[in-house]
Design a protein around this ligand. Structure first.
Ligand code: ATP
Ligand code: MG
Length: 411
């Protein structure tokens, strides 16, 4: 046994869901993405470990990968801010190996708009999400249990979206109708026309709201199955529940009944909501409640390390559930995950990720945190130590033009 492999415990019997060969990125190219003027990485299908000093650009690579998922990425940042030195438009392009063959996906920010190409044709982010599901865990999420409900809602919704792509439409439809309703109520216009308009908006909110609640309940149940599959000896088991009026309603009544009742409550609450300046009830107020099961302790009251371990357990459970339900293992972006885990849990993490069989992108300042990963992953393991291994060269005009031209000028 080598010194490196001896440093990981490998006691866990985790049974991953059977799945097709996991989709993964074989090559990643960035131009003008934040601190990376140009970066090309050839990738293995297992663990891609990025190491290097603070500020060297590790999280920037994960953020670039998250551009291949719907939404604003793992920092929820503005696309303009991702431009190299905030002045040059960026591109992220990836060669993706799937069970059905190779796909080239490219996304770019050009003149204030997002452009997406899949195999040379215009595409949608939902199409990439379908080919390459993604989940992530970042240090910003360390406060998930302590901060307000909105972070936990987003956390569950991201997972729910990877099971049900139609959820994003329901979420944006609900938000849009709610904003418009809030605006009308704020203006206090009680004309017949305004009332008719409110009726329509509340109908949209009820329709989308019930779709959102239903997708969340499905996700919650799937997550519970995933949580039960992750060995408790590796990561503490979380018990999860969803607090929300529509979600609770759907456990008892038909979707139609819940929809009608919510629409009626919205109509009755116009005065109250108008006075409050916001909509007081609805799926935008729901909360994901998490308890450390063995201790029967709300996650918010757990120690920092316990909270981190609960989070990692939740992400692994999500990955398990996505793999079980869709047959595709998601790629995982795990920013700064190893540093917070003790040796035992790092070993468990490597074992479970390897058994899942998908591609994981893991960052850490120190190589040592990943000692023993090579033994677990074998050839499906690569470390990229920055800056030595990335040779930051200025991109030639030719490369940039080629990447941007391949995105086309229209989407
Ligand atoms: N638009 C941009 N253009 C150029 N550089 C940027 C831009 N946005 C951020 N940076 C730089 O990127 C660096 C941060 O990179 P990143 O967050 O990826 O570091 P990291 O390697 O993850 O560090 P840590 O270990 O501290 O998490 C900072 O030095 C920041 O100044
Ligand atoms: Mg970082």
């Amino acid at each position: 046994m080598t010194g490196a492999s001896a440093s990981l415990d490998r006691p866990h019997d985790y049974a991953a869901p059977a799945s097709a060969p996991a989709p993964h990125i074989t090559a990643l190219r960035l131009t003008h993405f934040r601190s990376h003027a140009a970066l090309t990485l050839n990738c293995v299908g297992g663990a891609m470990v990025l190491t290097g000093a603070n500020g060297i650009g590790k999280t920037n690579v994960l953020e670039a990968l998250s551009m291949l998922a719907p939404g604003r990425g793992l920092r929820s940042a503005a696309f303009d801010d991702m431009r190299f030195e905030r002045r040059l438009d960026w591109t992220v392009s990836a060669d993706i190996q799937t069970a059905q063959g190779a796909v080239r996906a490219g996304i770019g920010w050009q003149n204030g708009a997002r452009k997406l190409r899949i195999d040379g044709a215009n595409g949608k982010l939902d199409d990439i999400a379908h080919i390459l599901p993604q989940l992530w865990l970042t240090p910003a999420m360390d406060r998930l249990f302590v901060d307000g409900a909105s972070g936990r809602r987003k956390f569950l919704d991201r997972f729910a979206q990877s099971l049900d792509a139609t959820l994003s439409k329901a979420l944006s439809g609900y938000e849009k109708a709610m904003r418009e309703r809030n605006r009308l109520l704020h203006e206090g216009n009680m004309s017949a026309a305004a009332n008719g308009w409110l009726d329509g908006l509340e109908e949209a909110m009820a329709l989308h709201g019930v779709a959102i609640a239903a997708a969340r309940l499905t996700a919650l149940d799937a997550l519970a199955v995933g949580l039960a599959a992750i060995p408790e000896a590796a990561f503490p088991r979380a018990e999860i529940a969803l607090a929300g009026s529509l979600e609770a309603g759907l456990r008892q009544q038909s979707a139609l009944e819940v929809e009608d009742a919510f629409r009626a409550r919205l109509a009755a609450a116009r005065g109250l909501d108008g006075a409050a300046g916001r909509t007081l009830e609805g799926p935008h107020r729901s909360d994901l409640q998490v308890v450390y099961a063995a201790k029967n302790m709300p996650a918010a009251d757990c120690s920092t390390g316990e909270q981190k371990a609960l989070l990692v357990g939740l992400i692994l459970a999500q990955a398990h559930s996505v793999a079980a339900q869709r047959g595709d293992v998601p790629i995982l972006l795990l920013d700064e995950v190893a540093a917070h885990l003790d040796r035992h849990r790092r070993g468990a993490l490597a074992e479970i990720l390897h058994a899942l069989g998908g591609q994981s992108w893991i960052t850490g300042t120190d190589k040592e945190a990943f000692d023993g990963f090579d033994t677990v992953f074998g050839t499906a393991f690569a470390t990229v130590h920055m800056p030595d291994d990335i040779k930051p060269t200025a991109p030639s005009r030719h490369d940039i033009n080629a990447e941007q031209a391949s995105l086309g000028s229209k989407s």
